[in-house]
Design a protein. Structure first.
Length: 55
């Protein structure tokens, strides 16, 4: 596993964390094999289309 070469100061660590923001997931409109139309995260779209994931 990769390790940092030098220690990051507490101030720099906290400053970096304070700028982090979560982003909303992009939803895709998908038709299931049963003919239902649903909105799911893009990563699950193909699995829902094929019927692997039931919603």
């Amino acid at each position: 596993m990769a390790l940092p070469k030098t220690r990051t100061s507490r101030a720099n660590t906290h400053a970096g964390r304070s700028q982090w923001k979560a982003q909303a997931v992009d939803l895709a409109t998908v038709t299931t094999p049963e003919g239902e139309t649903v909105r799911v995260p893009q990563q699950l779209a193909q699995a829902v289309r094929k019927g692997y994931v039931k919603l």
